[in-house]
Design a protein around this ligand. Structure first.
Ligand SMILES: C[S@@+](CC[C@H](N)C(=O)[O-])C[C@H]1O[C@@H](n2cnc3c(N)ncnc32)[C@H](O)[C@@H]1O
Length: 399
């Protein structure tokens, strides 16, 4: 086993971000002999190539923004983060994530009663897609706030689709912008990062909620849950971690420590799952405070078969509980793949586990103190099985 579903996205976005929600955390390269589950990577290339050709032939197209050609200067990690969202490729990837975008569309179009005559704030509007859905569903007005240069594009998109009367695009950070209204009835946002919390955009939504949402206002989505399971992954652990033991005859095993600390973002084949899946944490976005994004939670994973465990796997789901019927999506390995994939945390030990045995421990999650968009994770685990006894603490950093 260990032959995992291919990672369809290896796109390096602007500034080397494979996508907007990703800076340093590893993304697995696709095996050369693996078939793509969709043709999206080929399509991406031809679109990019097509755009380049068009740009040369069509003088009416805008001059490239200087920010794309300027040197990096004194850019901070936050600058790189926002710059990454200025690139259309990241938005293309998000829009093509059908699970993500269609769920938002269905939530909005199938629950028009929520939007009728309501003022909506779209936090981090990107291309303006969610604002356009809301406008089409009958919102009285939508304020689409976007801090990256994509805001200029969103303005054009709103205009060319005839929604300028209903959608106002405001370029700037939520934390700095002035809204032309004192309160809004609905806040919609797609703020979720890898491992749910990477990027820390949730804080921006909470800030907007506390500042502008009416007391009986609605947040879309309003619930998010984080889960954990454990997998067998011998081949890939061998390839990515043990590889450092002997590199062209040299011992580079000191690098293993670093490699194991970086969670891997990839799709896990459900056949690799060895234990049950455990709910770690439910976040109620309408009630929580920003400090709730730092937590320690216990876990108990029960083996569903005899096997080895090489890694823990985290994933999340989000739900929209104010709809007529409960709606949402999961990023779990048993659901249709999304661009969030799953987050894999390799263990230093290989655990030999028998059906019914329990791997228990706790996970601590907190934004990195120096760069709060990064996440620090600590896992303490203990296992006392028939064939193996281990207890250990491991530290991970998503950056
Ligand atoms: C995950 S994307 C979602 C874009 C769009 N809503 C969609 O669904 O396709 C998040 C967007 O929020 C923007 N953003 C992040 N933090 C922000 C902030 N503090 N103020 C305004 N926009 C922000 C990013 O630039 C990015 O375009």
């Amino acid at each position: 086993m260990g032959h995992r579903k291919n990672s369809t996205s290896n796109n390096q976005g602007s500034m080397g971000f494979p996508n907007a929600q990703y800076q340093g955390t590893k993304i697995r390269f696709q095996d050369e002999d693996e078939e793509l589950t969709t043709d999206s990577s080929k399509r991406d290339e031809s679109t990019v190539a097509g755009d380049k050709v068009m740009a040369m032939e069509d003088d009416s197209m805008c001059e490239p923004d200087v920010s794309f050609v300027d040197g990096d200067g004194d850019k901070t990690s936050a600058d790189y983060y926002f710059d990454s969202y200025s690139h259309f490729g990241i938005h293309e990837e998000m829009l093509k994530d059908v699970v993500r975008t269609k769920t938002y569309q269905n939530v909005i179009y199938q629950n028009k009663f929520l939007f009728k005559n309501k003022i909506v704030l779209d936090v981090g509007a990107g291309t303006g897609i969610l604002s356009l859905f809301c406008a089409k569903a009958g919102a009285a007005h939508v304020y689409a706030v976007e801090c990256s240069d994509m805001a200029d594009m969103a303005k054009e998109i709103v205009e060319s689709n005839g929604f300028s009367e209903v959608v106002t695009v405001l370029k700037g950070k939520i934390e700095e912008i002035e809204l032309p209204v004192a309160k809004v009835d609905i806040i919609i946002s797609e703020w979720m990062g890898y491992f749910l919390l990477y990027e820390n955009m949730l804080n921006t939504v909470l800030y907007a909620r506390d500042k502008w949402l009416v007391s009986d206002g609605i947040l879309l989505p309003d619930k998010a849950s984080l889960y954990l399971t454990a997998i067998e992954d011998a081949d890939y652990k061998e390839d990515k971690i043990e590889f450092w033991n002997n590199v062209y005859g040299f011992n580079m095993s000191c690098t293993k420590k670093q490699a194991i600390m970086e969670p891997l973002v990839d799709t896990v084949d459900q056949k690799q799952i060895v234990t049950d899946c455990q709910l770690l944490k439910i976040m109620d976005i309408s009630q929580m405070v920003s400090g709730d994004a730092s937590f320690t939670v216990p876990f108990k994973l029960v083996a569903e078969r005899d096997d080895y465990i090489h890694a823990l796997v985290a994933y999340f789901d989000v739900s929209f509980t104010k709809c007529r019927k409960l709606m949402g999506f999961s990023t779990g390995p048993r659901s249709r793949a999304t661009h969030w994939k799953q987050t894999i945390l390799y263990l230093e030990d290989v655990l030999t586990i028998c059906e019914g045995e329990v791997l228990s421990g706790n996970m601590t999650v907190a934004p990195n103190q120096k760069d709060p968009r990064d996440i620090d994770i600590m896992i303490k685990y203990a296992f006392n099985g028939q064939r193996c006894v281990v207890s250990r603490t491991q530290y991970y950093k998503m950056w």
